[in-house]
Write a protein that binds this ligand. Structure first.
Ligand code: GRF
Length: 214
């Protein structure tokens, strides 16, 4: 009989509301995601996701990018600090859930192939900010018929990298941006925990076990 695996350890990075973090916390609580969020970190001290973490008893930390920048800090310096913080919590996976900074190899090389990002568009479409709004505009202006949501492995390029989960969402030119945004978020909240569970399940046993120490 295969021994039951311990819960996966997740570090979740957020910059704002944290509704996708909440979806992960809820799925972990419900037992549908065999994982535990061991750290929430943000580049912004005012991110509401930090409060969600505290409300769930999860350590919440800030590496304040704006503050660092005012004191002459650079992108790689921020990434190194963030990598140190995340590494101390020994995660199996790092999940970018509404994290609005592009991470460089100074961060990524510490977690090779183990960083996932959620993006509210289909692979190759609308990388960067305001993806939902841009899809909505493209639907009205040039008849774009679908957008979507993807979870992908992170590479240094913005919102690129191999997808691990993709779901299409039909567009309707008469729909308001608000209504489309609500539909896109509902898909995100469903596919993110499922994709994380799938990636955790595919991690080799030995890799998984070596991070059990803490
Ligand atoms: C999500 O739409 C995510 O795809 C995008 O930013 C939004 C974050 O929402 N990158 P929340 O902070 O999880 O509520």
């Amino acid at each position: 009989m295969t021994p039951t695996r311990p819960l996966g350890r997740l570090a979740v990075l957020v910059s704002g509301n944290g509704s996708n973090l909440q979806a992960l916390l809820d799925a972990a609580d419900a037992g549908t995601l065999p994982a535990r969020v061991v750290l929430v970190a943000s580049d912004r001290p005012d991110a509401y996701g930090l409060q969600r973490a505290r409300d769930s008893g999860v350590p919440a930390h800030v590496v304040d990018w704006q503050r660092l920048r005012r004191h002459g800090g650079e992108r790689e310096g921020f990434d190194r600090r963030l990598a140190d913080l995340v590494a101390r919590h020994n995660p199996d996976l790092v999940v970018l859930a509404g994290f609005m900074r592009v991470l460089t190899p100074a961060f990524l090389r510490h977690f090779e192939g183990r960083v996932l990002n959620l993006h509210p568009a289909l692979p190759g479409a609308f990388p960067g900010v305001r993806a939902i709004e841009r899809a909505h505009e493209a639907c009205r202006a040039s008849g774009l018929r679908e957008t979507g949501v993807m979870v992908h492995r992170v590479v240094p390029e913005v919102d690129a990298g191999p997808p691990v989960a993709v779901e299409s969402i039909p567009l309707d030119p008469s729909e308001s941006l608000e209504a489309l945004t609500t539909r896109v978020h509902a898909v995100e909240h469903r596919i993110l925990p499922a994709a994380v569970a799938e990636v955790l399940a595919a991690l080799p046993d030995d890799e998984f076990a070596c991070r059990r120490a803490s």
